[in-house]
Design a protein around this ligand. Structure first.
Ligand code: SF4
Ligand SMILES: [Zn+2]
Ligand SMILES: [Zn+2]
Length: 312
């Protein structure tokens, strides 16, 4: 197959666009489209400092690399979750992120959940007798990403979510008709509070195949294994089903997502209009929460310590 632009050997056939591209033209298109999405959705400007949540995987490292290459003021945030089941997933990820940081000279801020809270993510899940480690993990990740961004003066957090991630989430939200998530899903989630960063997903319209190829063509060394706790996660089933459909009907994923966004704009409240429950600041840590004490301070038992400590 030949590149439609220059006729050289193609490295990819984008079936959803019926477009074959060589290495050079694929990279050029990928970067151009990412910058277009950033502008179109007003994700951030070159004047803003942007935190990029990096996991050590192809999407987030590729995103940090691309934004740095195009002159954005970026810094990575890596959360060491302490996941060591079957293999040392967190250390492996951390090594890749540190090697990336040293190779490209891009700042990456590393936060260890165990150092911050006294326990790793799986240890907190065990203590809470929570079989779904992802629940506890998601809560801690959201909290520490926001807290780190806030402390570092970053008003926006970019994540490497790709189209496959987005449509799997969309399918899950649709199967449950989860209105509260459907109104908020999309490439941009505005900040509902000065201490919560705006969330943006510049790769939301690229398939996993495209983001992986971009990282490979740039020579980025990334973690190729998934978190061991992702085994059996529903999102993996949804991705599998959507891939099967995509084989028979190329472009389904992109249409599903784009048409959803159109429907959301026309019939659901836009994220800007979503009325968040009144957020106040946690009595203990000061981060935004719906309750008097935030979920992480409660997980850590800090509310009990605060109550039990006698007044001097
Ligand atoms: S799969 Fe679950 S446990 Fe693993 S990083 Fe993701 S949310 Fe955390
Ligand atoms: Zn070409
Ligand atoms: Zn708190």
């Amino acid at each position: 197959m030949k590149c439609r632009i220059c006729g050289k050997k193609a490295v990819i056939h984008l079936r959803q666009h019926n477009l074959a591209l060589c290495r050079e033209h694929f990279v050029e298109r990928f970067e151009r489209e990412t910058l277009r999405v950033i502008r179109r959705y007003r994700m951030f400007t070159p004047e803003e400092r942007v935190g990029v949540a990096v996991s050590g995987g192809k999407d987030s490292l590729g995103l940090l690399y691309l934004l740095h290459k195009h002159g954005f003021q970026v810094e990575g945030i890596f959360l060491d979750l302490g996941i060591r089941r079957e293999f040392d997933y967190s250390s492996l990820s951390r090594q890749k992120v540190e090697a990336f940081r040293d190779r490209y000279g891009i700042p990456v801020h590393i936060v260890s959940i165990a150092e911050e809270t006294g326990k790793t993510v799986p240890e907190w899940a065990r203590q809470r007798r929570e079989r779904r480690v992802c629940r506890v993990c998601g809560m801690l990740k959201r909290y520490y990403l926001n807290k780190t961004a806030y402390e570092r003066g970053l008003g926006v957090i970019a994540t490497g979510h790709n189209l496959d991630d987005e449509v799997a989430t969309l399918l899950g939200n649709t199967l449950r008709w989860d209105h509260s998530y459907l109104v908020k899903q999309g490439p941009v989630l505005p900040s509902p509070h000065p201490k919560l960063a705006r969330r943006v997903k510049p790769f939301a319209f690229f398939t996993e195949k495209e983001t992986a190829l971009y990282a490979i063509l740039q020579g980025i060394d990334y973690v190729e294994v998934n978190c061991p706790f992702s085994e059996g996660a529903k999102s993996r089933l949804y991705k599998h089903v959507l891939n099967e459909i995509e084989v028979v009907s190329p472009g389904t994923k992109l249409r599903f997502y784009q048409e959803f966004l159109r429907f959301q704009r026309e019939h659901l409240a836009t994220p800007q209009e979503v009325q968040y429950a009144t957020l106040r600041e946690c009595r203990i840590c000061g981060m935004p929460t719906n309750l008097e004490v935030c979920a992480v301070c409660r997980l850590r038992g800090l509310d009990k310590v605060a109550t039990e400590t006698p007044n001097p």
